[in-house]
Design a protein around this ligand. Structure first.
Ligand code: NAG
Ligand code: NAG
Ligand code: NAG
Ligand code: NAG
Ligand code: NAG
Length: 471
């Protein structure tokens, strides 16, 4: 029975919170993704009664599948009966429960292969697993997608080995469905999906654009709306998939908050970072259907004037502020903005976690390198500690009222010391001695394709609301 409860709980979440298109009223419906484990222990101890098919079942609903470890473990099939479920608010975790009055579960016969897939996925922690060798085709043909800019196009830049493209992420608890571009296009029809963040999100954005483009017969039907060819220098890009009325966009906002100029005591302009203001490009994506945020690699001393006279709130400029404090303030600014400006019944908010760099013998600007790496890490004792930035992110998200899907990719990226451009970061650079290597972005095809497979699996689950009907 415990196993049934777990599955049931997830389906409730889908039906109420994660409906697609985002039409249901979401008053008082909150999901707190990161709370799952805590909440789950609460749930496990909470009373749960299932008397008959028509008697109400009372339970407290948990946060969604994405952060769960085996939400159910048996292979029991979906119940065919109607269950009425209502929840109480858990005062210890006020944002982690939703109120659902009545939900009817689907008929098993509808499409049972699909139902089984969904059931399996919804029980699975996507982010805990390993990389397995995979000889099947990449999401798009290596070297053939013109929408990858040179910085990620390692093959074009002369990288001779290809094993780095032949790995697939395998969660311990399930097999991810293969990315199906047609299916994804159908699910995104008429929608705007916007990546917001730094160049690592640009990396993921280019991967998704290429993966979707691959399934189009007429590839001229996807184009950058402003006609930009250079995909690096602008603050905003939008790829249109004309036949599906889809836009897949990128908004550059490496800190998420606003880069600023202020006058210092001598009257000169000085660059600062407004920790109290969301970057003004937020108006672009505020009402998109899906927004995928990230920030991380810019929060270093090198990129923030070592914290001296750089961070600003209102008119006040800090003489000095630690990166950690500045980052925390900025994330709170982001969270407040999201809670105040994003309508969770319309927009799904994702945050992609920290992507790990692999510089040996130095840092990105001091001779650190990763060339010659052709295999992922296999010895887990060589993986890094979970970064403090993500600890802070988790605690910030925990306090938000907007449901945030956290793509917890840190660990999976940590294995992939072989996946970076290294010296193949521009055409010809492999022969340039002494240049900085790139051991933080990823070659494409490569690691960000796996992030998009996780995104695909998640959207598949969200879309699956159609399996559930309200009474
Ligand atoms: C994210 O992954 C890390 C490393 O695997 C883990 O320590 C952390 O608890 C995960 N966070 C969540 C919310 O699941
Ligand atoms: C295209 O999608 C937008 C939303 O992104 C919608 O407002 C518009 O009506 C759609 N156009 C067509 C022709 O379906
Ligand atoms: C003011 O800013 C200018 C330009 O960044 C800089 O050269 C100068 O040292 C600054 N003066 C003070 C007092 O911070
Ligand atoms: C944000 O501010 C900058 C500089 O003031 C301006 O050039 C830009 O157009 C603004 N962007 C939006 C989307 O308002
Ligand atoms: C993993 O690495 C640790 C530390 O370098 C080492 O002690 C251990 O023997 C390694 N394990 C394997 C299986 O190679």
């Amino acid at each position: 029975m415990a196993s049934f409860k777990k599955l049931h709980t997830i389906l409730m979440e889908f039906s109420r919170n994660l409906s697609w298109p985002f039409s249901s009223s979401t008053t008082n419906t909150f999901i707190l993704s990161l709370f799952f484990l805590v909440l789950f222990s609460y749930l496990s101890s909470s009373s749960f009664s299932q008397n008959s098919s028509t008697n109400p079942v009372t339970t407290t609903l948990s946060s969604p599948l994405l952060f769960s470890n085996s939400l159910y473990s048996s292979s029991s099939t979906l119940p065919k009966k109607t269950y009425y479920v209502e929840s109480q608010r858990n005062e210890d975790a006020p944002h982690s429960v939703v109120v659902v009055n009545a939900v009817k579960l689907p008929k098993q016969t509808k499409n049972s292969a699909e139902t089984n897939l969904i059931k399996k996925l919804s029980s699975c922690d996507f982010f805990s697993g390993t990389w397995v060798v995979d000889d099947s085709d990449q999401l798009y043909k290596p070297g053939a997608c013109p929408l990858i800019d040179d910085a990620f196009n390692c093959l074009k830049n002369g990288r001779p080995d290809s094993d780095f493209m032949k790995w697939r992420w395998k969660p311990s608890g399930c097999l991810l469905p293969r990315f199906d571009g047609n299916r994804m296009l159908e699910m995104l029809r008429g929608k705007r999906l916007v990546f917001v963040g730094d160049s690592l999100n640009r990396n993921m954005w280019e991967s998704l654009v290429c993966a979707l483009r691959e399934s189009l017969d007429d590839k001229t039907r996807v184009f950058e709306v402003s006609g930009w060819n250079d995909l690096r220098s602008k603050g905003y890009y939008s790829f249109r998939f004309e036949d599906f009325n889809i836009s897949v966009e990128f908004v550059r906002a490496p800190f998420l908050v606003q880069e600023w100029k202020t006058l210092n005591s001598t009257g000169a302009h000085k660059e600062t970072l407004r920790l109290d203001l969301i970057k003004n490009s937020s108006s672009i994506y505020q009402d998109a259907d899906i927004v995928i945020f990230n920030t991380g690699h810019w929060w270093t001393h090198d990129k923030t004037s070592k914290g001296k006279n750089y961070y600003q709130e209102g008119t006040f400029v800090y003489n000095y502020l630690k990166v950690k404090e500045a980052y925390t303030k900025a994330l709170h600014t982001w969270a407040k903005w999201v809670d105040a400006n994003i309508d969770p019944s319309r927009t799904r908010v994702f945050f992609r976690g920290y992507s790990v760099s692999h510089y040996r013998r130095g840092r990105w600007n001091s001779g650190g390198n990763c060339d010659g790496e052709t295999k992922p890490i296999t010895n887990v004792t060589h993986l890094a500690r979970y970064p403090w930035m993500m600890d802070i992110l988790e605690s910030v998200i925990r306090e938000m009222k907007t449901p945030v899907f956290y793509l917890n990719v840190t660990r999976m990226t940590d294995y992939r010391k072989d996946g970076h451009p290294s010296i193949y970061r521009q055409p010809g650079t492999q022969r340039t001695a002494g240049m900085n290597q790139d051991c933080s972005h990823w070659c494409l095809p490569g690691v960000p394709d796996a992030w998009n497979e996780l995104l695909y699996a998640t959207i598949l689950l969200l879309h699956h609301d159609s399996l559930i009907h309200y009474s």
